[in-house]
Design a protein around this ligand. Structure first.
Ligand SMILES: *[C@@H]1O[C@H](CO)[C@@H](O)[C@H](O)[C@H]1NC(C)=O
Ligand SMILES: *[C@@H]1O[C@H](CO)[C@@H](O)[C@H](O)[C@H]1NC(C)=O
Ligand SMILES: *[C@@H]1O[C@H](CO)[C@@H](O)[C@H](O)[C@H]1NC(C)=O
Length: 427
C-alpha cells in the first residue's frame, strides 16, 4: 500500500466543504481494443457469468461492494421525505452505471467495504455474505440519525450471445425513523450490449415499484427498453398512486439525465397533443429503416410546462473517459490515506491487491493477483468442507425484511466499534 501513496493523485481543495478529494486515478485505463472477448465467451452462451473466468482487462478497479456504495452519491435526496423524492433517488442510484461497461471485481467471501462521508452525512458498511450465489449486503445510516438505508443484492448475470444481462435480485429499503416511514423497492435489469463487436452500450429496463409501507402510497416506474429506433433509450416513466389507488402524479425523465414530476391532467393533455403531432409527421414522411445500434443519444427529453425537477445528474469529471467513465464519487472510492488505513479492517476492498494493481495500471499483476485470490478462496472453502467449520458472516445475518417479509440480510451492529480481531485472512 505504500506505493499507492506515491501515485501522484491530484488533491484539490473543494471550497464548498473544505475537504481534500481525489480528482483522478493514479493511472489511465488500459485499452481493450486488442482483446477478443469472443474467444472466451463462445462456449458459454446461456451460462451464468459468475461461473466464467473473465480476463481482468474487462474489469474496472472497483469491487462490486464499492459499486453498490455508489447508490449513496445522491444521498442528499434522502433527507426529504416524500415518495416522489424517494422514487427520484431510486432512479439516481442507477445513473452512475451510465457508460460504465467495466465489470466490477467479484467480492471475495468475507470482503467488506466501509465509507464514511461526513460531508454527505452518512456512513456505510457492506459485506460479501455469500459466494454461491454471490450476495452483497449493505447498511448505511445518516450521521444525524435521520435515515437508515439497507439492502442485499444478488446480481444474476446472464450471457445472451451479444449482450450480458444483470438482474439485480434483492430488496432495497429506506427507513426514515423520525417520520416512522419505510420504503422498499428493487433495481431494474441492466444490460450491456455489443460485448463481441461494435460499440458497447448500457440499457436499463423493467419495472420498479417503490412502496411507502406506512401510507400505502406506491410509485410504479418503468425503465423503457430502447426499442427498434432507439426513441425510448434511457427513458423512465411512471406514476404515483395514493392509498385508494388514485393517480396523484406522473413522473418522467431519463435515468442518465434527470427526472420530472407533473400532475396527471397536464401529463395526459400533453401526451395526446404529442401523439397527434407525431402522427401528422409520419404521414408526411416515411420512417427510416431499422438499424442494429440505436442512436446512442436517444430522443431528447421534452419538458412538459408545469413540471417540477426532482433530480439532475452531476457532470462527470473531464478525464472520466480515461478513468473507466467513473463519476467524481467513484474516483474517490479507493482513497486510502493514513487516517483511513489506521481504522479499516484487513478485509476492506481498498486493500485488495488485484484492484490496487489494476488501479495503478499494472494489468499483469492485477491478473496474477486476481487468480491467486480466487485460488485462495477455493482452498479455504475446501478446508471448511473438510472440517465442521461453517462460514460465519461477520456483520450481517439472514432474516426477513421487516417491512416486506421476504428473505433479506440485516446488519448485526458491532462494526463501528472497530474491534476487528479474528477476521479471516482473505487476501
Ligand atoms: C466510456 O464511454 C464511451 C462513450 O462515451 C464508450 O465508448 C467507452 O467504451 C466507455 N468506457 C468504458 C470503460 O465503459
Ligand atoms: C487449510 O488448512 C490447513 C491445515 O489446517 C492450513 O495449514 C491452511 O493454511 C488452510 N488453508 C487455507 C487457505 O485456509
Ligand atoms: C418483497 O419485495 C420484493 C421485491 O420488491 C417482491 O418481489 C416481493 O413480492 C415482496 N414480497 C412481499 C411479501 O410483498
Amino acid at each position: 500500500s505504500s506505493s499507492r501513496k506515491k501515485c501522484g493523485r491530484k488533491k484539490i481543495l473543494n471550497d464548498r466543504d473544505h475537504l481534500n478529494v481525489w480528482t483522478s486515478l493514479p493511472a489511465p485505463m488500459f485499452s481493450r481494443n486488442d482483446f477478443s472477448i469472443w474467444s472466451i465467451l463462445r462456449k458459454c452462451i446461456g451460462m451464468e457469468l459468475s461461473k466464467i473466468t473473465m480476463p481482468v482487462i474487462f474489469n474496472e478497479p472497483l469491487s462490486f461492494l464499492q459499486r453498490l456504495t455508489e447508490y449513496m452519491e445522491h444521498t442528499k435526496r434522502m433527507h426529504v421525505f416524500s415518495i416522489q423524492c424517494v422514487a427520484a433517488f431510486a432512479v439516481s442510484a442507477v445513473a452512475s452505471q451510465w457508460e460504465r461497461t467495466g465489470k466490477p471485481f467479484n467480492p471475495l467471501l468475507g470482503e467488506t467495504y466501509e465509507l464514511v462521508r461526513d460531508d454527505l452525512g452518512f456512513r456505510l458498511i457492506s459485506e460479501q455474505v455469500s459466494h454461491h450465489p454471490p450476495i452483497s449486503a449493505f447498511h448505511a445510516e445518516g450521521l444525524q440519525k435521520d435515515f437508515v438505508f439497507h439492502g442485499s443484492i444478488y446480481p444474476k448475470l446472464k450471457f445472451w450471445g451479444k449482450s450480458v444481462e444483470a438482474e439485480p435480485k434483492g430488496i432495497i429499503t429506506l427507513e426514515l425513523p423520525k417520520h416512522n416511514e419505510a420504503y422498499t423497492w428493487t433495481n431494474p435489469t441492466c444490460c450491456v450490449h455489443n460485448i463481441i463487436v461494435g460499440q458497447l452500450w448500457i440499457e436499463q429496463y423493467g419495472s420498479v415499484e417503490v412502496i411507502n409501507h406506512r401510507t400505502g402510497e406506491k410509485c410504479c416506474l418503468s425503465f423503457k427498453p430502447c426499442g427498434l429506433f432507439g426513441k425510448e433509450l434511457h427513458k423512465v416513466e411512471g406514476y404515483i398512486l395514493d392509498k385508494s389507488k388514485k393517480k396523484v402524479y406522473n413522473l418522467y425523465g431519463k435515468w442518465t439525465e434527470c427526472m420530472y414530476i407533473v400532475d396527471p391532467a397536464t401529463f395526459e393533455t400533453h401526451r395526446k397533443n404529442d401523439k397527434k403531432a407525431s402522427e401528422d409527421k409520419k404521414s408526411s414522411k416515411q420512417s427510416s429503416d431499422s438499424e442494429e445500434t440505436p442512436q446512442l443519444g436517444g430522443d431528447s427529453l421534452e419538458v412538459i410546462p408545469g413540471s417540477q425537477l426532482l433530480w439532475r445528474i452531476a457532470p462527470r469529471p473531464v478525464n472520466s473517459a480515461q478513468m473507466y467513465n467513473f463519476t467524481t464519487f467513484a474516483v474517490q472510492l479507493n482513497e486510502l490515506d493514513k487516517e483511513i488505513e489506521a481504522v479499516i479492517p484487513k478485509t476492506d476492498s481498498r486493500l485488495r491487491p488485484d484492484i490496487q494493481a489494476m488501479e495503478n495500471g499494472d494489468i499483469d499483476l492485477a491478473s496474477e493477483e486476481k487468480k491467486r485470490l480466487e485460488e485462495k478462496q477455493r482452498a479455504a472453502r475446501k478446508n471448511r468442507s473438510k472440517s465442521d467449520d461453517e462460514w460465519k458472516m461477520r456483520w450481517f445475518h439472514q432474516g426477513p425484511n421487516p417491512h416486506n417479509g421476504s428473505q433479506d440480510w440485516l446488519f448485526s451492529n458491532g462494526y463501528w466499534d472497530r474491534d476487528y480481531s479474528q477476521l479471516p485472512d482473505i487476501y
